[in-house]
Design a protein around this ligand. Structure first.
Ligand code: 6PG
Length: 468
């Protein structure tokens, strides 16, 4: 039996990717340590398809054409090492192992080194798009040996989402952990975009008292033309969803504690190591953390005073401005993510191509948005663009939104409605466009208390002053 690819881990993501591959003409061998899960998949969605179930790693290898391609869809962390140890004794040099989970990129680097040492190929592959994406077309970010990618490319191109111009949303990202690195930053941007939308919702709900049906109308109207995005689309849909048990909008009944699996946090942690400012993403991660302090927040709401949260000015003006502010903040979030990728590419020698990354994020992934077409064009125009905000099209878009952006952040501050990601976005913009920042004073303080020295603007060399 010459199956083209094996899928290990037949949970929803693994199962849907297997179905997607089979639909495109690639027979699949499926394997899961959980026999019950495997049976449910084989007798359920895989019934009647060219998907064979196997019950051991040996049987899996026997079912595959050589060099073997084995996609692991298991939870990140120890389960990936466990799966590798389980499969490896049955593999031969030249075979390709693929990790399609959200793995920490330095784990991927290590696994790549170890497996390469034994003459196996290892591809760390970011897959975005959730369950539906896996089934109908995800955005795919593979990294590792280029030859291994080439051996997978026909399958990956077939199953990937297709952008409006028909191009598949998959490309070789770079060596080692490059694919998982890019996926991590994708998730950081995802966190930022979600938080910006959440803050906008909060301002309109608390500040203006808009109901869920009204919010549905506002977000649906924003989701057009150059501002269209998947996250805006699902946000509008969420506001329209009624809870069958109570007849109320479901969103109003959901506990306000955001969970996280860690990829956003990793983005912030690694950006600190790389030395890349990503304040909007950081604010989004911290917003999830503060949301989880529900008990403390509830107690503090009775103890700590603030201004009334109701806005008494022109309502339509605030709604329109909120849409503009969201767009401007969103551009800065993408700018931060792409600037992080540029710095990380140097640090880890990944040779990432921001234009290609924007290209494969245009469809299939969670952050897909019309804006990514503009971002791709900006990098096509200038592959060495240091910051997206400097690209003429995006600079002008921010310019058109700027007055609204300041008005919205100012209004939220006056109403006491927290907008950490939106205000961090605006501060990022203002800091980045400041030729002179107050770091001169910071340097003077460091020199004052610790003789850490400083440099002057009017003469070369390193100085120290006896301040007292
Ligand atoms: C995607 C998503 C996905 C991620 C979830 C949950 O691109 O399809 O990023 O990979 O796991 O969005 O992430 P959190 O649990 O951290 O919110």
């Amino acid at each position: 039996m010459d199956c083209k690819i094996g899928v290990v881990g037949l949970g929803v993501m693994g199962g849907n990717l297997a179905l997607n591959m089979e639909r495109h003409g690639f027979p699949v061998a499926g394997y899961d340590l959980d026999a019950g899960k495997m049976r449910a998949f084989l007798d359920g969605p895989a019934a009647g398809r060219h998907i064979v179930g196997v019950d051991s790693p040996g049987a899996l290898m026997a079912a595959l054409e050589k060099p073997r391609r084995v996609l692991m869809m298991v939870p990140a962390g120890a389960p990936v090492d466990g799966a590798i140890a389980h499969l490896k004794p049955h593999m031969e040099p030249g075979d390709i192992l693929i990790d399609g989970g959200n793995s920490w990129f330095l784990d991927t680097e290590r696994r790549n080194r170890e497996l390469t040492g034994e003459r196996f190929n290892f591809v760390g592959m970011g897959v975005s798009g959730g369950e539906e994406g896996a089934l109908w077309g995800p955005s795919i970010m593979p990294g590792g040996q280029r030859e291994a990618y080439e051996a997978l490319a026909p399958i990956l191109r077939a199953i990937a989402a297709k952008a409006d111009d028909g191009q598949p949303c998959v490309e070789y990202m770079g060596p080692g952990g490059a694919g998982h690195y890019v996926k991590m930053v994708h998730n950081g941007i995802e966190y930022a975009d979600m938080q910006l939308i959440a803050e906008t919702y909060d301002l309109l709900r608390r500040g203006l008292g808009l109901s869920a049906p009204e919010l549905h109308g506002v977000f649906a109207a924003w989701n057009t033309g150059g501002r269209k995005s998947y996250l805006l689309e699902i946000t509008a849909a969420i506001f329209a969803k009624i809870d069958p048990d109570t007849g109320q909008p479901l969103v109003d009944l959901i506990l306000d504690e955001a969970a996280q699996k860690g990829t956003g946090k990793w983005t912030s942690q690694n950006a600190l190591d790389v030395g890349a400012p990503i304040p909007t993403i950081d604010a989004a991660v911290e917003s999830r953390i503060i949301s989880a302090l529900k008990g403390e927040r509830t107690a503090a709401s009775a103890a700590l005073a603030g201004p009334p949260a109701t806005y008494s000015g022109n309502r339509q003006r605030l709604i329109d401005a909120a849409g503009d502010a969201l767009h401007a903040s969103k551009i800065t979030a993408y700018a931060q993510g792409l600037a992080l990728l540029r710095l990380a590419s140097d640090e880890y020698k990944y040779q990432l191509k921001p234009g290609e990354i924007a290209r494969i994020w245009r469809a299939g992934c969670i952050i897909r948005a019309a804006l990514l077409g503009d971002i791709m064009a900006a990098f096509e125009r200038d592959p060495n663009l240091v910051n997206l905000m400097l690209a003429p099209a995006l600079r002008d878009a921010i310019g058109r939104c700027q007055a609204s952006w300041r008005f919205v952040v100012q209004t939220a501050v006056e109403l006491g409605i927290p907008v950490p990601a939106s205000s961090a976005s605006l501060a990022y913009y203002d800091a980045y466009r400041s030729a002179r920042l107050p770091a001169n004073l910071t340097q003077a303080q460091r020199d004052y208390f610790g003789a850490h020295t400083y440099r002057r603007i009017d003469k070369p060399g390193v100085c120290h002053t006896k301040w007292e």
